[in-house]
Design a protein around this ligand. Structure first.
Ligand code: GDP
Ligand code: IMO
Ligand code: MG
Length: 428
């Protein structure tokens, strides 16, 4: 059963796109199974930088068929703009497939995302304002519009009118906004059909065809385990299920179709948006500033400064469980070069001194826990030209070994820079 999943183990931006690109070389299909253009995946090839939000990161290989599966929410204008961007850079998007069952992000979803965030005031979630939550909410409410609805203008219009009647009432009466215009939205979306129609396909059939032929299928996660709607730090999460289990519903395969789950672990932690973060190094902390500067920790998508912190192995252990990770890929080890000492969080302590070796389920507890750190020596030299594990200084190898020990699964790859060839392959 040759299905591999790439999943983020923290709060996103671990470098999933980079490892999807790396593993895509041996895959025939690369499939996005959840999320939308809240994702920002960066891939660096021969010095050229590709920032991708919707198209699966496998697109850079001519032998890969990139598939946007049913679990994704799609803003078609963003998709077309991304296709144009890739084509302008000389990347063929001719093989791209889009599930007819994927839900559409509509202009009212983005408007509602913006106004509800404003309405929440200091309790705002810090969403990407891409309409992700409202689009998934409509899917669950069964008033969503799907990609396939674009193929029948009459049905599209009927569903749009029905949805917009309620949305406009909410926008006008609750949020004091101007109503959106049905005709303008219908015209805008239907005008894209000639370009979208050739992409629309049955993604479930495509995935199973590849699996039955014994080809490798790579499922590319967006967001991450602690942004998962069920398992993340709710309500400071996204509205989909990035965990490996999300592949089953989001792409239409059973668990037995998956034999490898690679958890991507940034060598430290970052988070964008609101929510608890036990190992956070708060504004003004010099270590946090170095992590942000050296790691270029600004959102690919929104440009926001990411909140930095030390590596949290309590989270990683939990992520290994939640995703059944078979192995992990570490990114950005090179960023840690200047520090004489490094910290790894191995447990939490609450305000009464109780110790947690696992992530506590209760929101009030996780908001208040303090990290219990183990200190490891740093290596204080650049490692970005290393090509094998043996090239790393002892202290860097010890850091990787300690992560492996605490995570309980092998480390298969270590990133020492963003480029394809800055990947150390470990063990066999
Ligand atoms: P994703 O959302 O998980 O795909 O990650 P992003 O692309 O949003 O953020 C990861 C950033 O780190 C990107 O700018 C990558 O080019 C960069 N990156 C990935 N791996 C490494 C690495 O090993 N070292 C360094 N220095 N940068 C990396
Ligand atoms: P990738 O795939 C980091 C965060 C937002 C916000 C919360 C909810 O690049 O790792 P949403 O717009 O999804 O309703 O926002 O989730 N968030 C991400 N943070 N990386 C991402 O994607 C993210 N996608 C959403 O900042 O806190
Ligand atoms: Mg990202």
């Amino acid at each position: 059963m040759p299905g591999t999943v790439i999943v983020g183990t923290q709060w996103g931006d671990e470098g999933k796109g980079r490892f999807t690109d790396y593993l895509a070389e041996e895959s025939s299909l690369v499939v996005r199974y959840q999320g939308g253009h809240n994702a920002g995946h960066t891939i660096v090839v021969d010095g050229e930088v590709f920032k991708i939000q919707l198209v699966p990161s496998g697109v850079l290989y001519p032998h890969v068929t990139p598939v946007i599966a049913n679990g994704v929410v799609v803003d078609p204008a963003v998709l077309l703009a991304e296709i144009d961007m890739l084509e302008a850079k000389g990347v063929s998007t001719a093989r791209l497939r889009l599930s007819g069952n994927a839900h559409l992000i509509m202009p009212y979803h983005q408007e509602i995302d913006r106004v509800t965030e404003r309405y929440l005031g200091k309790n705002k979630l810090g969403t990407t304002k891409r309409g992700i939550g409202p689009a998934y909410a409509d899917k669950a409410l069964r008033v969503g519009l799907r990609v396939q609805d674009l193929l029948d203008p009459k049905i599209f219009r009927e569903k749009l009118d029905l949805a917009l009647r309620e949305k406009n009432a909410v926008l006008a009466k609750v949020y004091n906004r101007l109503p959106l215009d049905n005709d303008a939205i219908a015209a805008q979306y239907l005008a894209m059909v000639p370009r979208l129609e050739p992409l629309i396909d049955d993604s479930v059939h495509l995935v199973h065809g590849a699996l039955e032929r014994g080809e490798r299928v790579l499922f590319e996660g967006a967001q991450a385990t602690f942004l998962d709607l069920d398992h993340g730090t709710y309500p400071y999460v996204t509205s989909s299920n990035p965990v490996a289990g999300g592949v089953c519903t989001g792409a239409g395969v059973g668990p037995r179709a998956i034999d490898r789950v690679v958890g991507v672990v940034k060598a430290y932690t970052t988070r964008v948006g609101s929510g608890p973060f036990p190992t956070e190094l708060h504004a003004g902390d010099p270590v946090g500033d170095v992590l942000v500067d050296r790691g270029h920790e600004y959102g690919t998508n929104t440009g926001r400064r990411r909140r930095p912190g030390w590596l949290d192995l309590v989270m990683i252990r939990h992520a290994v469980r939640l995703n059944s990770c078979t192995d992990i890929a570490i990114t950005k080890l090179d960023v840690l070069a200047p520090f004489p000492e490094l910290r790894i969080c191995v447990a939490y302590e609450d305000e009464h001194g109780a110790r947690y070796d696992h992530v506590p389920y209760h929101q009030s507890v996780i908001h208040k826990v303090r990290p219990v750190y183990e200190t490891l020596p740093g290596w204080e030299c650049e490692i970005d030209t290393a090509t094998t594990l043996a090239d790393l200084p002892d202290a860097a190898r010890a850091y990787v070994a300690r992560i492996e020990e605490l995570a309980g699964v092998p480390v298969s790859f270590v990133g020492v820079g963003p480029a394809r060839d800055q990947t150390l392959v470990l063990g066999g």
